[in-house]
Design a protein around this ligand. Structure first.
Ligand code: HEM
Length: 132
């Protein structure tokens, strides 16, 4: 389940929430005219909560199947570090929950500090029983 859990965490709380592009030519996007040279901000985090794409998108479901999220972008700039990041997440989170099976948030999950460029928790208090 660690594989689907990491994918769901990437979808649910994407570390990179937005990315920019500059239009190479005039085009229409969802009824909007975009001019050549215009910057376009694509909201990856919003796309990853799109109800047209994900059932019950605001629910964290670590068993979610067919999780076609955009946390690593798409197309020719697709993240080069995606396989490494996935593996690191699986090892780190898998090891923590195995070693500390009763680990819990010690404060409400929206009370921590977040960075802005990368949407990440700077600090998150947890509690767990000491292991021998
Ligand atoms: C959870 C961790 C990570 C996330 C969520 C993430 C996300 C992303 C995203 C969304 C893009 C696309 C940016 C765009 O389209 O403008 C990207 C590109 C990229 N990422 Fe990551 N990344 C992560 C970790 C890493 C790591 C560990 C490395 C290197 C070891 C890495 C290397 C790159 C590179 C080189 C690109 C640019 C690829 C290109 O432009 O062709 N990333 N990443």
């Amino acid at each position: 389940m660690i594989i689907s859990a990491v994918e769901e965490l990437l979808r649910y709380d994407s570390p990179l929430q937005r990315q920019t592009r500059v239009a190479k030519e005039d085009f229409e996007l969802a009824g909007k005219h975009i001019c050549k040279g215009q910057p376009v901000l694509s909201m990856l985090g919003a796309a990853n909560r799109d109800p047209g794409q994900f059932a019950d998108p605001d629910r964290l479901d670590i068993r979610r199947r067919n999780n076609g999220h955009l946390a690593f972008g798409s197309g020719i700039h697709y993240c080069l570090g995606a396989p490494l990041s996935r593996l690191e997440g699986q090892i780190a989170i898998g090891t923590i929950v195995q070693r500390f099976p009763d680990i819990r948030l010690a404060t409400p999950c929206n009370s921590g500090e977040r960075t802005c460029r990368f949407e990440a928790w700077c600090r998150c208090r947890v509690s767990f029983s000491a292991v021998g």
